[in-house]
Design a protein around this ligand. Sequence first.
Ligand code: PGA
Length: 239
Amino acid sequence: MKKKLCFGNWKMNKTPREAEHFLSGFSKKISPKNSDHFAIFPSPVLCGVFTNSYPSLDWGGQNCYFEKSGAFTGETSPYTLEEMGAKYSLVGHSERRHVFGELDETLNKKNKASIEAGLIPVFCIGETESEFDSGATLDVLKKQIDLGLKDVDLSKVIVAYEPVWAIGTGKAATPEIVENVHSKLREILPLTPLLYGGSVKPANAKELYNIKDVDGFLIGGASLEVESFCQIFEEMSVS
Ligand code: PGA
């Protein structure tokens, strides 16, 4: 049974006023019975807006540190996120790996720390364009999983396959690529919900969601507008 997870990664976008505006429009469109399918990953400083404007909507941190507390200026503890009401934490998003240089070993610690704090990690994996071109995709993903999820309870995580070349480019992976990758991921992660991310939009959501081992999406740009985010959700039905 597919989980139908529609997750929005806002990255470093939206002020509190803009977030409030989004949530007010969103709450009018989505009935509370469907809110379980959604989560948004805002900047953590926006969490008060979420708690006040739409308390039943799940949200998560875009990043967290692997220590509980201490002299780590600028970092956020997963325990703080959990106490503020977060349900999830994004771990290893492509921008964390490639812009901020986070390594698999660090991501493994973040996955473990998130679970220990009571959060569900959404662990992102994905190959670069040159790795894709050289046919190394499955090897790259396997290494990211082996290192990032080492000694992690696989029933307590969600994995998002996000090819780096598809993120923010408007060029989503083809259904054939997603089907091939997700079926291989399912062999090694039988119990783990699998999301696809990378240029998901209303126009490609139905076809991508219909792929057997796709349980939902991690959506960047199209999650910033109520209209496109909700349209993607409406397209998420199996035909
Ligand atoms: P995109 O981003 O949907 O804008 O490609 C996806 C992501 O970064 O998670």
